[in-house]
Write a protein that binds this ligand. Structure first.
Ligand SMILES: Cc1cc2nc3c(=O)[nH]c(=O)nc-3n(C[C@H](O)[C@H](O)[C@H](O)COP(=O)(O)O)c2cc1C
Length: 269
C-alpha cells in the first residue's frame, strides 16, 4: 500500500475530524503517504477521482435522514476504483440513528469495485443542536478511532484484507423527521434566514455552502437548493444566520427530548 486518502463530506466539521483521525492512524501505522480530499467543496465534487489497488480510501459521510445526503449522491458517481482499491467507509450521526447510511455507503463503494475491509459509525454532535451528543467526538471517541485504525493496519500488514460482510437487501427509505407531537415535520423547503443588523458581509457563509447556494452578492439570497447542513449557521461569527421554520424548530426540540442517552460507536473489522 502506498497512500491513504481521507475523503470526507463535512459541512460542520465532525466527519472531517473523524475521517482524518482514522486515515492518520493508518498512515502512521503503515508509514505511507496521506492525502486529504475535502468533498464538501462544491468544486472538488465536480472532479473525477480514481483510486488504485495501492491506495486505501477512508471515506466519511454524515447521516442525513437515515441515509446519505441525496443531493450529493450524483457526485459520488465520479468516485471509482481501478482494480480492487481498499475502502474503509465511516459514517457519522447525531445520536439518533445511522439507520441505512453506513450500508448505503458500503453498497455504493462495492458497486464501484472497492474492497471494503472494515466499517464504522461514529456518534457526533448533532448539526441541529449542540445539546445532542454535545462536543462529540470527544478525545475518548478519537482514541477509539485511532485504535481501530491500528487494528486495520495490523491486518493489512499481515496480508489479511478479507472483505467485511455487507447486507445487500434493498435500502429502506429516508427517515421522516418528527415534530414534538410526533407527527411528521415538513421542512424540506426551509432556508437559512439572515439578521441584516448582525451580518457584516464577510462572505464566509457563501464560501462554506456545499451547494454553492448562497448569493455572493448579498449573502442573504438562497439561489439554489438548501440541504439544511448548518454550515452557514455554524461558520457565521456574528450569529446572523438562523433557521426559523416552525417544523424544523419543533423537530430539533423532539430530538433534544428523545435522543439524549449516550450511544456507542460501532466498529466492524
Ligand atoms: C440535514 C441533516 C439530517 C440529519 N439526520 C440525522 C439522522 O437521521 N440521524 C442522526 O442520528 N443524525 C442526523 N443528523 C446529524 C448529523 O449526522 C451529524 O451531526 C453529523 O456528524 C454532521 O456531520 P458534519 O459535522 O461533518 O457536518 C443530521 C444532520 C443534518 C444536517
Amino acid at each position: 500500500m502506498k497512500k491513504v486518502y481521507a475523503l470526507y463530506f463535512s459541512p460542520t466539521g465532525n466527519t472531517k475530524k473523524v475521517t482524518i483521525t482514522l486515515a492518520k492512524s493508518v498512515q502512521n501505522a503503515l508509514n505511507i503517504k496521506m492525502e486529504e480530499i475535502d468533498y464538501t467543496s462544491f468544486y472538488n465534487r465536480k472532479r473525477k477521482y480514481c483510486f488504485s489497488d495501492e491506495d486505501i480510501l477512508v471515506i466519511g459521510f454524515p447521516t442525513y435522514a437515515g441515509r446519505l445526503a441525496n443531493k450529493i449522491l450524483p457526485d459520488l458517481e465520479k468516485i471509482n476504483a481501478k482494480g480492487r482499491a481498499i475502502a474503509i467507509p465511516i459514517v457519522t450521526y447525531g445520536n439518533r440513528s445511522y439507520d441505512e447510511s453506513l450500508r448505503e455507503l458500503c453498497l455504493l463503494l462495492k458497486s464501484k469495485g472497492f474492497k471494503i475491509i472494515s466499517q464504522a459509525a461514529i456518534v457526533c454532535e448533532h448539526a441541529f443542536s449542540g445539546k445532542i451528543a454535545s462536543k462529540r467526538p470527544t478525545d475518548e471517541d478519537l482514541g477509539e478511532i485511532e485504535s481501530f485504525g491500528n487494528k486495520i493496519s495490523k491486518r493489512i500488514q499481515n496480508g489479511d484484507i478479507r472483505e467485511t460482510e455487507v447486507d445487500i437487501s434493498p435500502l429502506k427509505s429516508y427517515y421522516t423527521p418528527l415534530k414534538e407531537d410526533m407527527t411528521p415535520a415538513k421542512f424540506l423547503k426551509a432556508i437559512p434566514k439572515t439578521d441584516k443588523t448582525k451580518c457584516d458581509r464577510c462572505g464566509m457563509c457563501a464560501d462554506v455552502c456545499p451547494m454553492n447556494s448562497i448569493s455572493s452578492e448579498d449573502y442573504i439570497t438562497v439561489n439554489n437548493v438548501c440541504i439544511k447542513c448548518q454550515a452557514c449557521v455554524k461558520v457565521c461569527h456574528s450569529k446572523a444566520k438562523y433557521f426559523d421554520d416552525n417544523d424544523f424548530l419543533s423537530h430539533v426540540k423532539m430530538l433534544e427530548k428523545n435522543y439524549i442517552n449516550k450511544k456507542n460507536n460501532l466498529f466492524i473489522l
